[in-house]
Ligand binder design. Sequence first.
Ligand code: NAD
Length: 346
Amino acid sequence: MSLINFVVVGYGGMGKYHADALISNEKELLQVVGVYDIDRDRQVVADTFGHQVYSSFEAVLNDETVDAILIATPNDSHKELAIAALEAGKHVVCEKPVTMNVVELDEVLAVAEATGKVFMVHQNRRWDPDFLIIRRLFKEKPIGELFKIESRVQGANGIPGDWRHLEAHGGGMLLDWGVHLLDQLLWLIDSDIKHVYADLSYVLGDEVDDGFVAYITFENGVRAVVEVGTTNYTALPRWYVQGLEGSATIKDWAMNGEIIRATGRTDIAAPTPIQAGVGLTKTMAPPSEEATEQLEFPEPKAEYESFYRNFYNVVRKDAEPIVKNSEVRRVMKLIETIFEAGKVLV
Ligand code: NAD
């Protein structure tokens, strides 16, 4: 079957990664036939990297050899570009956050429906090794049913770039890393949300949030904490999960951490009190050696195909999308709820 011809729209940090790695890596399925960026300097960089550079977005849309476009522009421009591309008969891969809100997303999805073209959002972190390990713990239950999931990313570099500082461009961390963490969580837990409590951080003085924490309770009883910070000079673990029979920590993307399971043995001595500060405690003493065992991390292997392979198969009508638009919409709705919940506390 013929290759899918892509044009990358927005050749900044992420657009370049799509053009020069993600799409190009799937050589037998897809090819980048050109790039369009509104900025002259980025056009020059694209040219340097050997890409055909289109002079305008209209030129991309009018090129009948182009099958699909990848949108990697600032968040506020996704809707308009996606609708124009779909109406011109192109399939679309769009960077996250798909749009600024649910109303805008519905407008895009209506056009995708009407034109019959594929519209898929690049929720790439469904393939992250750390997430895949948590997913296996959740599904295979080596430490029992997970009842509490804490998912965090914390840095100390503030909000990056320029447009990410501005509300009009869809800046802020909830619309940035927040989208990834919430997408992972909602994809993992197949249950409605019961309630959300949230706090947005504005310590850097920007008009957009520089981080947030959301406490989410699902109807099935699972509780989650999702947190993004950009002012954290020491960071909490990327993941901390509790199951009915153990707990696990993944500290970082180098996959440092541990899984500790209770052995359930009843023939062992109770922990003896330890000195804790200026007091004694038995409650907080480490469990005796026989009470727990350490498990190896499971293989972080996705049992589903890569994003772009899936996109190819969806376009060819050979597969269902792994990132479904109904799921993307649910995440967008939760983001709106977190913004609302956060406002109450400001
Ligand atoms: P960036 O600022 O580095 O690049 C954006 C580029 O878009 C710039 O070169 C700019 O000139 C260009 N641009 C702006 N408006 C345009 C228009 N109307 N038409 C054509 N080009 C236009 O930003 P970035 O970090 O690459 O982020 C781009 C998108 O990718 C954002 O939506 C962001 O959330 C997303 N992103 C996703 C991931 C991920 O892991 N999935 C990672 C980073 C960024």
